[in-house]
Design a binder for this molecule. Sequence first.
Ligand SMILES: *Cc1c(COP(=O)(O)O)cnc(C)c1O
Length: 385
Amino acid sequence: MSQKLTSDFSPETRLAQALGYVDEGTQGLVPPIHTSTTYLRDPDNQYRSGRVYSRADNPTYTPVERVLMSLEQGSDALLFASGMAAATAVFQGLPAGSHVIAPKVMYWALRAWLLNWGQHWGLRVSFVDTSDLAAIESAIMPGQTQLIWLETPANPLWGVADIAAISELAHQHNAKVAVDSTVATPLLTQPLTLGADYVMHSATKYLNGHSDVIAGALVCRTSDPIWEKIRMVRKQGGAVLSPHDANQLLRGMRTMHLRVRESCQSAQWLAEQLQQVAEVSQVLYPGLPNFPGHAIAARQMKGGFGGMLSIRLRDGEQAAITAAASTQLWKRATSLGGVESLIEHRASIEGADTPVPSDLLRLSVGIERKEELLADLMQALQTGK
Ligand SMILES: *Cc1c(COP(=O)(O)O)cnc(C)c1O
C-alpha cells in the first residue's frame, strides 16, 4: 500500500485522496476490505507478517489510521468500535486508583460511564468547569492526578477549554491531557499541536458524516506507557471496529472538509439569525463574539467554529419540546455531525440529574440549504408559542 501525501499538502487534498492511496498489488485507488480473522503462521513457527488474529489489528484500519495521524499530526492512531470504546480505553489505560479531572458539562454518556463504571472500578473523578483554568488548578492532586479530560466545544452548552494553557498546567504536574475533539473535528483544531497528549473522536459524527457507521478513534502525540496500555485495552477488551465499517468510514472522511466547511458556515449564519428571534432567549455558539469562550475558540479553532449550536427558548421547556415536534426539515434525533440537520431536546434524553437547562434545544447543522433550515425553525418556533 502506498500513501505518500505528506503535510506539505493541505488537509483537504490529503483527505480527498486518503493521502494518495494506491494499492500496490492492484493499483486500486480504494483500499480493500480485509475480512480474514486469522493469519498464516510461518513454517518455522514465527509470525513475520506481524499479524496473528484480527482482534489485535486489521489491515483495513491502516489507511484510515494513517489519515487521522496525518491530520492530527500525531505519531500513532487506533480505531475503535465506537467513540465510547475509544474514550473509555483512555481511562482504562491509567494506573489503578488514578485521579482524573473531567468537565462538569460534557458528552452525557461518557459522564455516565465515569460515574457508573469508572468510579466503581477505582477511578477518582473530579468534575470541574474546564473553561476555568483556576478551577482546574485547584482540582489537581499533585502526584495523583494522572489525566485531565477535555471536550471542546463541549456538549451541549459548547463551553470552550483552553487546550494549550491546560496542557501546560497538566504537564507541570506530570498529568496527561486527552481531548474529545469530536465537535471540533481534526480540521478546525489539532489538540496535539497545542500540547495535548491524546485526541479522541467519535468517528460516528463528522469523520464518517453520514449517520451510518458507529466508530471511534484515538491519536497520540508520542507513544508512551499509557498509549501501550490503551492498545492492550483494544486488543484484550475486544472493542474492535468491523473491517467493513472501517472501509466505509474512510469513504466518508474523503469529503469531510466539504461537509465541515458547509456546516460551519451555516451554523455561524443560523446562530447570528437566531439571536434576532423573539422566541429565542439565548444562542449558544462559540462563533458568536458575545459567547464567553469566543476569544479562546478564535485562537484554537481555525476555519470555523463547528456545526453545533444550542438555543434556549423564552417560553421554557414545553415550548422547546413543541418546537422540536414541529420541524419538518430538521430531524428529531440524537447524534450529530451528519449531512442531515438534527434537533434534540437534550434534557429529555439526559434525565433527572442533567446540568442542561430544560428550555434548550441542541442543533446539529447539516449541509442542507441554510435558508431552508432557518425557515423551518421559524415556523416550528411559531408553533411552539
Ligand atoms: C457521540 C459522541 C461520543 C461517543 O461516541 P459514539 O461513537 O456514539 O460511541 C463521545 N463524545 C462526543 C462529543 C460525541 O458527540
